[in-house]
Design a binder for this molecule. Structure first.
Ligand code: NAP
Ligand code: ZN
Ligand code: ZN
Length: 348
């Protein structure tokens, strides 16, 4: 079936209306009418081919919340009218070690990402949530238990899980001193989640205008990383630091703030390589690690945790036609704190 979407045909083009095909609903498939889709910085990297792997036409969007409008005859978990989510993954082999360990994002036979992945059904590549509808196997569909503010739930499907997963893996909780670098889509979720887990959270930002918000979101202290004096006086001994920065930056001052055996995890994906000085990590036997979204089981766990703790994203609603402008604002760190497209704007 042909549906309305928004995407671009080359890195230099702005995103514009287009149509894409969705497969017919198979036995284990769920057809979803998309209500909201968040705008992740990865959408910008991908649409502009900053990671040098984009397949065109490119239809981004992997923070999807919608309504089930049809289900295949073998679907057991969902029914028509359910409110559901789809994140960054729509399929994987389901048999390799990673899939068996509920880490489908690391499927050794190739995870199928919501956009720019191989489309096993129609050939070509997958198209994301900047569209009116999507068809996804029920195993990759998430239950949304939030009952209101569904637009603000959409960003949990990427920004939420990408920050939740490393916070859990590295045991963030009461008694832990946690740093978050960057208060954008991912960063603001990290501040909310880490403080809900009971940790002491300190935010590092380049934007003076975000200091008060960071405290409102749960940070006990905020340091302006552009102010050398503040950085010099920063108290070290961090157990864990999450780096969400989307552009090139110096990681060494942050590694210096880690305590003995402390860990800094990179989730931001700058276009250019970062450089790490040996002395930043050898004294104190520090760890510098990475993390990629989270598996389906953990994504459901995160959504349930957020529903229980009444956590959603702080969003700025836009119409689909405003997405190019939203990309420019993202590049200026000018969003509080996630743009979400109201998909009604594509239907009228
Ligand atoms: P975002 O909303 O644009 O936030 C990024 C934040 O980084 C900005 O708000 C800004 O915070 C800070 N920043 C930007 N440029 C900077 C610079 N030159 N120097 C220092 N700080 C800077 O982006 P996002 O959607 O949160 O995504 C962040 C990154 O994570 C992107 O690279 C994205 O592709 C990646 N990502 C990774 C995964 C994964 O699984 N690993 C998943 C999703 C996204 P302040 O204004 O507070 O300084
Ligand atoms: Zn994302
Ligand atoms: Zn697999």
């Amino acid at each position: 079936m042909s549906i309305s979407a928004f995407g671009n045909a080359s890195p230099k083009e702005l995103l514009a209306p287009m149509t894409v095909d969705r497969r017919p609903v198979g036995a284990t498939d769920v057809q979803i009418d998309i209500l909201y889709c968040g705008v992740c910085h990865s959408d910008v990297h991908q649409a502009r081919n900053e990671w040098k792997n984009t397949l065109y036409p490119c239809v981004p969007g992997h923070e999807i919340v919608g309504t089930v409008v049809a289900v295949g005859n073998k679907v057991t978990k969902y029914q028509v009218d359910d409110i559901v989510g789809v994140g960054c993954l729509v399929d994987s082999c389901r048999t390799c070690e990673a899939c068996k360990d509920d880490e489908e994002q690391f499927c050794s036979n190739g995870a199928v990402f919501t956009y720019n992945g191989p489309d096993k059904h129609l050939g070509g590549h997958t198209f994301g949530g900047y569209s009116t509808g999507v068809v996804v196997d029920e195993e990759f569909v998430l239950k949304v238990r939030h009952t209101d503010n569904l637009a603000a739930v959409a960003p949990l499907l990427c920004a939420g899980i990408t920050t939740y997963s490393p916070l859990r893996r590295w045991g963030v909780g009461p008694g832990k001193r946690v740093g978050v670098i960057g208060l954008g889509g991912l960063g603001h979720m990290a501040v909310k989640l880490a403080s809900a887990m009971g940790a002491e959270v300190i935010l590092f930002t380049t934007s003076p205008s975000k200091v008060d918000d960071a405290k409102r979101l749960g940070a006990s202290d905020v340091l302006l990383s552009t102010d050398e004096e503040q950085m010099k006086k920063a108290k070290g001994g961090f157990d864990f630091i999450l780096d969400t920065v989307s552009a090139k930056h110096d990681v060494n001052p942050y590694l210096g703030l880690l305590g003995r055996h402390g860990t800094m995890v990179l989730v931001g994906v700058p276009e250019d390589p970062l450089s790490v000085a040996a002395f930043s990590i050898i004294f104190g036997a520090k760890n510098f690690a990475g993390s990629l979204i989270g598996g389906i089981k953990e994504t459901q766990e995160m959504l349930d945790f957020c529903a229980e703790h009444q956590i959603t994203s702080d969003v700025e609603m836009i119409e689909m036609g405003q997405v190019n402008e939203a990309y420019e604002r993202l590049l200026k760190s000018d969003v509080k704190y996630r743009f979400v497209v109201d998909m009604k704007s594509m239907k009228s």
